[in-house]
Each structure stands twice: as C-alpha cells, then as structure tokens.
Ligand binder design. Sequence first.
Ligand SMILES: [Zn+2]
Ligand SMILES: [Zn+2]
Length: 426
Amino acid sequence: MSLDIPALIKSLENCPCGKKHALRAPFVSFEKGLTADTGAILREELGGKDLLLVWDRNTEKASPGLREALTGAGYRVKELTYENLREAEMEISEEVMREAEGTDLILSAGTGSLNDVCRYAAFRLSLPFAIFATAPSMDGFLSGQAPLTVKGYKTTLDAKAPEVLLADVDILAASPAELKAAGLGDLIGKYTALADWKIASLLTGESYCPSIARLMRGAVEKAVKPIREGADPARDEGYALALMEALTLSGLMIYLAGSSRPASGAEHHISHLWEILYAARGLAPLYHGTKVGVAAALVSDVYHRAVETPPVFLAHTPAKEALERAFDPLYESIMRESLPDPAEGVKNETIARNWDGIARIVREEIPTGEEIRSLLRKAGGDATAEEAGVPEDMAEAGVKYAFYMRRRLTLMRLLRTRVAPFSVTE
Ligand SMILES: [Zn+2]
Ligand SMILES: [Zn+2]
C-alpha cells in the first residue's frame, strides 16, 4: 500500500503555509487478503477480549472469513447484525451502545451509516473503535463527527474517529460499481472544493495550504486515472485501492488543515441542500458521493462560463419568495446558518483585480462539466441531476441558492450575489 500516513504527517512538519499540522496517526492498512489478519491486527493495536461486531446482511456477505479471523485471534465476538442499514438514526446508535456495554471495543464492518452509528456509540462509551471498510464510497472514514438523524432531523454530532481503519482490497474491488462511482463523485468534488479554497484565500487572505492542496489533488488524480484510461470500474483492483486511499486521505486532510476546505466547497453545499430537502420531503436518500459528483459538474459549468468574460458588478440577492419556495420547509433554518455574509468584507475592486487569477484557477484546476460527466458515466455512476433522479426544482435551487447552506466564501456565492449577469438574467 502506498498510503503511508506517518510519513505523510511528517512531510507536513514545518509546512511553508505556516500552520502546525498535527495529528495522532490512526493505524490504516489496505491490503489484498487482509481479512484473515484482521483479528491479529486488532489484538496488536487495540487489545481487549470482548468485541462487538456491527454490520448488516450486505456487509456480512461481503466479508467472508472476518468472523473467523476475529475468533481465531482469541476475541469473544458478539454480533449485532442489521438487515440493510441505510439511515444513521440515533435509536440505532443507542442500540449499539446498549449492546457494547461490557465489551472492550467496537468493530464496524461496512461504510457510511454503519460506521456513523458506531462512531457515535464508541465516542459516548469511550471505547476503542475500528472500521473494516467494505466499499470505497465516501470520504468520512476518519471523520470525528457523525451525522445522525435525531427525531427526524439530520444532526452533526461529535463522535470518534477510528483508531484503526482496515480494508481488504479484494473486498473493495468486488464492491458494487455504484458505490465506487459514489466514492469517485465525492473525490471529483475536490476539484471544485480546492479551487474555491484557493480563490477565497486570494480574495480574503484566508489561510490556505499549498502542500495539503497538492496532496489532495494528487490522490484524486490517481483515483481518476484508471477510469480515464478505461479500467473496468466493477473489478479493477488498482482503481478500488486508489479510491480508498484518496477518500481516506481526504478525511485526514480535513484534520490537518483544521477545516473542511480541502474537501468541501460549492459542490458540497449543493449536496447538503439536496440531502436535507430529500429528508424533509420524505424522499429515499441518494448516496452522498452521487450528489457531490453531479453537483461538481454543475458548479464547473457555472464557473467556466463565468470566467469567459470580465466581471460586471451588480449587487443582487435572490428574492425572499424565491428562497422560501426553494427551501420549503427549511427556509428559516437555512437562512439562520448563512449570516453574516462571508463575502461582506470583499470589495468589488479586489475581485476585479484578482479576476485573471480566478479565471486561471478555474481553467487550470477544474475539469469542465463535460469532462466530469464523462468520468462519472465511465465509472458507472449518474452524471446529471436528471440521471440521479433529483427533482428539477431542487436541481435549480441547488445551483442558484445552495451557497446559503454554509457561512463560507465560494466563487459561487460571489457570482450569485455580486457579479452580473449570473442570477440577474436567469
Ligand atoms: Zn463529501
Ligand atoms: Zn501547510
């Protein structure tokens, strides 16, 4: 495996950006045939005797030999098996807490919601926590927060990053192409996220780390390359491993940068808006990375078009009625999040003076929307809002108004509020 985390953290010592990038390194290993060693690795890294294994029927089926590897290493294994866990609900996490009572560590076999319910339970119980990842589908593996549904509302809670993150490359490669396409979508979103970060730093002096940006971009390129070169997304091992490494690196970079800037920009704002509107309107959730990939292509279209011409300044905010309609029924809560305007201190003349620099960042660092859609399709994923089944009004609301989702300066926010003709003529 090429993802050497201790070496990577070391490479960021005395970083020229001036920031201290410190982290207690988790134990991370992705290898072919690793399943058989899982018990021994956990014994070595975390110790303990009684282990709670949390998974669902899908991830159980995807992980043959895992149970035996754990018992073979001397663990007494208690299993908590769900049918098909798609939603990370607080009740589920509370159940994990009850089941974990009296055990020495929690092992979550799976991704996404299965990790999140355990992440929060381990945090509440102060128990050692490990993840056995079964698919490279999103970049939250090393996250220290858990988005849980509490009484119907998605809430981001402090939780625990795993001390140990393991994956068997054979299992990753055999995971559904649809999940891998979601992982790739989340990674493609880094192109727009990194550009937003650099542009914001150009305009406001916000701290920006070129080393972190370069590492993130390099990992994304490595994951995209096999797809560009025609690898079979359903079974290519190099692709599956590169995805897992880049997704893991993304979580690490968030820690090391002390901000989600390296991983999240205008495209994630769109994804977050769709996510909460889907939940509020009772629609079946889409994969996080599917939304991010589709949104990144939309953002790229807007950015590339915007830098074709010099900026014309005209203050314009969307009409209240339009926002109320677009955000229904979440208008109040979204608007509360968005103030004060992070673009307030940015003068038009600063934008004008830096416009060539902004245009260069967009042209050099963000693939065109067409390229992004082509990559997503080659990976076997949905490339447009329509293909993903996002309702038309939500797709439009995403591109036009999702910048309200976070108090963060993005090029999208400037285009939607300050630079004509965006939103004036549309
Ligand atoms: Zn993401
Ligand atoms: Zn740095």
